[in-house]
Design a protein around this ligand. Structure first.
Ligand SMILES: *[C@@H]1O[C@H](CO)[C@@H](O)[C@H](O)[C@H]1NC(C)=O
Ligand SMILES: *[C@@H]1O[C@H](CO)[C@@H](O)[C@H](O)[C@H]1NC(C)=O
Ligand SMILES: *[C@@H]1O[C@H](CO)[C@@H](O)[C@H](O)[C@H]1NC(C)=O
Length: 331
């Protein structure tokens, strides 16, 4: 009797060990890239599905002077914020950098009603789960659009807002870009290669320049497309393109109540739909050198910082200039 109990206990232990191995390998969710800080998991239910959002939560030495949440853009991950995390932690902030559902090390759902509001709500759930109810929300690109949505939904939990080359400074459909179905976007996602990613990032993110240090972010992204969940990821990317195109925030930005900072690279030309818009419409959209000034003037309490020579990813293209401007604005 005693012997078989021991065997059962042993079997139980082996099963548990196997389960945790499976859990920890599938917690990579299709991205094995090594992050600069430990990756934690927030497990929750959304739309009747179980999800894991992976995130980094980095503490400064001593008592934090505040919390800052960094939301990645569509072609990036929490890990891309590594230099910014380090600068902010050294300055005394607690920094949280999640991967959104559908991206990077988080769950790639077979179906999900992606919305900016759902992603903001998931993010708020994660923050509340780690005791954060007051933070500066900072987002880049798609993350900038989510951070604006977050600030509109949770003004009482958003101390300040920082948008870095956010998407959604204009409504592309109303400017003449036709709707493209996610099915069609999916088929072009499936054709993603190193060259297609690099060509796009070079022209929009880095104002035509290229350093070998940018390769790491292209290869990180490519590894998801080419990895075991590549097909799911391609579909999630098609769905999130649809989300960004169909859910403008621009008309609501004047309702933002907290102090905010809009940082733009004037050479940024990012516009959802510019790939499929007719040439005359394409010429009208994605002019960040105009949009930054226009939009910041509409938001009460908004400060504009422009980087005349930088593209869509100023935090990567010129981290020193970017971080100096950021720290100069933060309290
Ligand atoms: C939120 O945090 C900031 C520091 O980042 C602090 O100055 C402010 O008083 C806090 N607000 C609330 C409501 O706790
Ligand atoms: C950020 O990560 C990249 C890729 O791993 C690395 O090349 C770079 O040195 C890191 N930068 C900092 C400041 O940690
Ligand atoms: C902020 O407002 C939301 C919605 O009204 C509420 O659920 C939440 O508890 C509030 N948070 C804090 C920190 O008061």
């Amino acid at each position: 009797m005693k012997f078989s109990t021991q065997i059962l206990a042993l079997l139980g232990a082996i099963t548990c060990a196997l389960a945790s191995v499976v859990r920890s390998s599938d917690s990579a969710n299709g991205l094995d890239f090594v992050y600069p800080y430990p990756v934690k998991s927030y497990r929750f239910v959304s739309q009747r599905k179980h999800f894991t959002m992976s995130y980094m939560d980095v503490m400064p030495e001593g008592t934090p002077k505040g919390s800052i949440v960094l939301l990645h853009g569509k072609n990036f991950c929490g890990a891309t914020w590594n230099a910014t995390i380090q600068v902010l932690v050294d300055d005394g902030y607690r920094v949280v950098a999640p991967d959104q559902v559908g991206f990077c090390k988080s769950t790639k759902p077979s179906e999900y009603q992606f919305s900016l509001m759902a992603l903001a709500q998931n993010t708020n759930g994660l923050l509340n789960s780690i005791g954060i109810t007051n933070a500066t929300i900072m987002g880049h690109s798609m993350g900038g659009m989510i951070s604006a949505r977050y600030a509109l939904m949770y003004p009482n939990e958003t101390y300040q807002l920082v948008m870095v080359d956010p998407l959604g400074l204009e409504n592309w459909f109303s400017l003449g870009v036709p709707y493209q179905s996610p099915d069609l976007s999916y088929s072009s996602e499936l054709e993603t290669t190193y060259d297609s990613l690099k060509t796009y990032q070079q022209s929009t993110y880095y104002a035509g320049t290229w350093l070998s240090s940018y390769d790491v972010w292209v290869n990180m992204l490519l590894s998801i497309y080419q990895g075991p969940l590549g097909d799911r990821f391609a579909w999630n990317m098609a769905e999130t393109t649809d989300m960004i195109f169909t859910q403008p925030v621009i008309d609501e930005l004047p309702n933002l109540q907290m102090s905010s900072l809009l940082m733009v690279g004037d050479k940024d030309t990012t516009a959802i739909g510019s790939k499929w818009a007719p040439a005359d419409i394409k010429a009208l959209i994605g002019h960040y050198e105009v949009l930054g000034k226009e939009v910041s003037a509409e938001i009460p309490g908004c400060t504009l910082v422009e980087f005349p020579l930088l593209g869509h990813a100023p935090q990567i293209q010129d981290p020193d200039t970017f971080h100096a401007a950021l720290l100069n604005w933060l309290p």
